[in-house]
Design a protein around this ligand. Sequence first.
Ligand SMILES: C[S@@+](CC[C@H](N)C(=O)[O-])C[C@H]1O[C@@H](n2cnc3c(N)ncnc32)[C@H](O)[C@@H]1O
Length: 459
Amino acid sequence: MPVTSTFTPFSAARAAQQAAFYAAQGSRAFGAHAVPWRLSTGWAMAEVVARAAQSLLGGGATSVRVVDLGAGTGRLGFHAAVLLASRRLPAHVVLTETAQSTVDAWRVHPQLAPLLEDGLLAARRVDVLDSHSLESVLEPKPDEALLLVGTYLFDTLPHELIERRVDGSVWRGGEDASGTLSFEPAPDELFPPGVVLPSGPQPARCFVPTGALAAVAAIEQARAAPCWLLVADKGPLTWVDAWETDALRWVSHEGAWSVAVNFPLLFDALRPRPFVTAPENVADFSVHALGLGGASPADAARLAAALADAPHPLTAHRQLLEAIAPPLDVDRLLSLQPTGDALMNAAELLRAEGPGLSSDARVGLARWVLTAVESSFVVPSDDVCFHAGAVLQRLGLLEPAAWAYQQSVERYGAHASAHFNLALCLLDLGRPEAARGELQTALALDPRHRRAAELLQSL
Ligand SMILES: C[S@@+](CC[C@H](N)C(=O)[O-])C[C@H]1O[C@@H](n2cnc3c(N)ncnc32)[C@H](O)[C@@H]1O
């Protein structure tokens, strides 16, 4: 077996350096479709966090600190903080990230900045792989429970491709000098102390989330007192008994890649710590809680009940997709949580079928749309307000539509389409002077906007 000086373990491959990707991209990482973040930061996940936090208060603590690790957009922490405050629970939410650019973006975010200034939220730069950096947010306080949250975090941390051979020896995969898959004996320090790979079919290969194991070890090193780690991620990836060399090459060279965290392997290795898992978990999205630092079985029982009661984020998302399958079933849609995500998904159907609804149904729908706007969290290039404006305009509800377009400009920045559509609403509302101003702004933003130019001339 060649063990060359140019051997690059899977975890060190350029494409596996995801933290660097987030540091370079900052909040842009969550703008387009590069990273999945909706499911893991939506209303259902916030509800899971809020209920988990509440269940820890049931154990005698007088307050609970919720620390979101690798918080990304900050949306989950924001929604959880709002929920906890609306239920008058003594809770404090701390957003953390390793990417300084992301922490900087939170500080100027229109919804996060006021909460950060008022002290309702806190933001810290934290690397979950570094126990010193974790200490700043894990420090125990009397009678305070601690809930750590990591959504889509563990599959971002380094993984190793591990092969266990028939003789029981453990090897790690990587690329040799010629770029082909090769294996070298896995160094002992790859697995934190106390972690033993579970037995399984042999020989076997598997991605092992060594970064996740290291993060758990770092958390325990930084905090001696009990705490819970609530994890939502993909998984599990099972043992594979064959591996294509080309696949690893693709993984290493093309940049875009995805590896599911093998949670059963992870948590098996970490037993006998208490471990709670949500019902309805599937491979695409699973929710678990791991008790660290001597967390009690009584807390485990309360958390299990909380996870059983809470909506499952993937189930909630599927219900939404069913509800927005044509033809439009307004009652069904209105029975769903009015959120920005739901509105964005439903917008096309609502624009197409909304105008044919009765006036009562349109009023109900308008209320639902406006609540969705009010409760939505601003994420770059996710202009919920513009979609709301377009739906309300089609429903013939011009005042609310105009308000939504104004919100679009205020929250997401000026763009010609919002000003042009606002001008159309203002014209229909009998306010040609105001419309003229909006058309001029649309043209200033996009001098090639033909319809704006034509309309302005006709006024
Ligand atoms: C896939 S995103 C998930 C973000 C968010 N939790 C969500 O559910 O949308 C992974 C996040 O983990 C952060 N991250 C990567 N390595 C980290 C580390 N060592 N410590 C803390 N955060 C890290 C990245 O900056 C990124 O924001």
